[in-house]
Design a protein around this ligand. Sequence first.
Ligand code: PLP
Ligand SMILES: N[C@H](C=O)CCC(=O)O
Length: 433
Amino acid sequence: MTHSEELFARAQKLMPGGVNSPVRAFGSVGGTPRFMAGAKGAYLYDADGQEYVDLVCSWGPALLGHAHPAVLDAVHAAVDRGLSFGASTEDEGRLAQLVMDRVPAVERIRMVSTGTEATMTAIRLARGFTGRELVIKFAGCYHGHVDSLLAAAGSGLATLALPGSAGVTEATASQTLVLPYNDLAAVEAVFAAHPGRIAAVITEAAPANMGVVTPGEGFNAGLRRITEANGALLILDEVLTGFRTGWAGYWGLTGATEGWAPDLFTFGKVIGGGLPTAALGGRAEVMDHLAPLGPVYQAGTLSGNPVAMAAGVATLTHATADVYATVDARSLELSAALSSALDAEGVDHSIQRAGNLFSVAFGTSEAGVHNYDQAQAQEAHRYAPFFHSMLDSGVYLPPSVFEAWFLSAAHDDAAMERIASALPAAAKAAAAA
Ligand SMILES: Cc1ncc(COP(=O)(O)O)c(C=O)c1O
Ligand SMILES: N[C@H](C=O)CCC(=O)O
């Protein structure tokens, strides 16, 4: 038995499924999840001492690479000052300012601890601000485990083929209108059918939880136009894309140049540099409806935690234009290598891309993947053998075809060569499936 196998056997007696977040359980790829003992730069080290090039990067936060020295120094210094004060600190303002410098449409920000809290609060705030009840979300988009946003959600629900979650009341579910992604006509039709009742549209800035799906030309801008015309708010969920797909997130690649901004953004992952911090921010007029100024209540014992703030400040400070240029270049290099390895084995596929995020979808070259139906219709069975072949060669991929691949600025030539040399055997395994 490997140490990971022993730990997993023990964990299954202690925690549901042996994990604290479902996608970690290797449910759709099978086999034993690797229990990790450490991480440095582009590499993960498991409990058996095996080294892996990491293409999960903690599901996004590790933009600079694991255990970046500047982030560790900032965290160590913060720890020495105390772990949590339950009171305001100067670093909260520093992190807020760093976000606003990058995303000027964020006029006010509220720090929370998880992306789920950020989207949950954004929805409550949108309802409180507009006095309306209904919310539109898109099939295949994942916004954390908020009751009202679990219908047709991506990520672990896509992996486990769950249409939604037990425990969500009919009343809650009925207030969410789920529409196909990339379909502005459907959005127009639903607004026409429910005049004056829709509080907000929430969308991933670029979906990356049904695999990656590129927002069609003008899709996000169209959502802005339709919501504005109907007195509803637009919530752009940048928990995954924020400060990863570029200096100002995915909005920076699209809205900033097209001249529109949402009412609210949600952030997570990179903003906390690997510690539990997330945020929502946006127009002051809307944000000031939050308590203590306004009637929409939100709070958190550990919100703005000083150690997490220090990690976030150090991460955003070191996430320079060079970092984004490196991650962008590595992403193009890797997706090209992946595509040619699959082509060499005759494996039909499409590379799904949004900025430097990408994923592979099997058997989809003809139409590509533009919505959740297409994502679910792919030849998903090819992913498990592909994944395990890569793992055996020392490359740690997301354990689900419905998740994005993440790179970091620490993925150097040696790491890229390890991945490139693992791809041919993995492509062969995918072809044989
Ligand atoms: C787009 C998006 N929104 C929200 C969340 C929820 O964030 P968290 O897992 O920190 O609750 C995630 C990921 O988990 C995400 O990818
Ligand atoms: N897809 C999720 C985040 O983006 C994966 C993280 C998790 O739920 O554990």
